[in-house]
Structures are given as C-alpha cells and as structure tokens.
Design a protein around this ligand. Structure first.
Ligand code: FE
Length: 135
C-alpha cells in the first residue's frame, strides 16, 4: 500500500491539519535543529510514518546512530515510499527526500550510510509519526 494513491491538499488545508513546526518542516522544507528532534534517540521497535499523510516510510530496523543529530535510516520501507529531488538551496547540491504519497519534505539523502545500501536518509523528527511495536 504505497504511493498508488497520491494525497494532494492545498497549503491552507495542510496548515490547518499540521502543527506550526510540522508545517514548517513538511511543507516549507525547514530543518529542525540537530539533536533536538523527538525521534533522534528513539530505539524502540516500530514504524515511522509520514507526519502529514500517515503512510509508512521507515522501519526501526533500518534506523541507526549516524551522529548527525537527526534520525537516520539506511533504507525506506519500500522503494517508492519516498521520492528524491535535486535540491540546490543554501548554496549546496543535495538530494531532497520527499514523501512518495503526499510529497511533503522529509529530509535529505547522503551517501555516507552503512551497508548494505551505503545510504543515509537524514530525516527530521518533525516530519515523522512513530508507531511502536509493529515491523
Ligand atoms: Fe506523506
């Protein structure tokens, strides 16, 4: 059950549904301050969902301690759970990670992650909703 059904809402609707912090990150591409997010140190088993549309994005078994200050995962739950986009903001060339279902901003992708993928999905806690106890 992935992104076959896209969720498209107006910015006014998102603003209504999300907290101001969620809205800034998910819809305006803001980055929460490192080491401040509620899931950075979370080691519970479970599933991390999109904070905007609720689709499953990352399993706790792909979460690892990157030392970056943001929740980090080496793979999403499905290849199409997230979509990637070139991001040239702030004078850097980065790869933006968006929700595959609602295209909300989640974080960025880097190639310094652990094996087997070598990838680091560096995701804002504010963009996620954790559901414990289900893999
Ligand atoms: Fe979403």
């Amino acid at each position: 059950m992935m992104s076959d059904t896209k969720v498209i809402k107006s910015e006014a609707e998102w603003r209504e549904e999300l907290t101001p912090e969620q809205y800034q990150v998910l819809r305006q591409g803001a980055t929460e301050r490192a080491f401040t997010g509620k899931y950075y140190r979370n080691k519970e088993s479970g599933v991390y969902h999109c904070g905007a549309c609720g689709v499953a994005l990352f399993n706790s078994d792909s979460k690892y301690e990157s030392g970056s200050g943001w929740p980090s995962y080496w793979e999403p739950v499905d290849a199409d759970a997230v979509v990637l986009k070139r991001d040239l903001s702030h004078g850097m060339v980065r790869t933006e990670v968006l929700c595959g279902r609602c295209e909300s901003h989640l974080g960025h992708l880097f190639d310094d992650g652990p094996q087997p993928t070598g990838l680091r999905y560096c995701i804002n806690s504010a963009a996620l909703a954790f559901e414990p106890g289900k893999e």
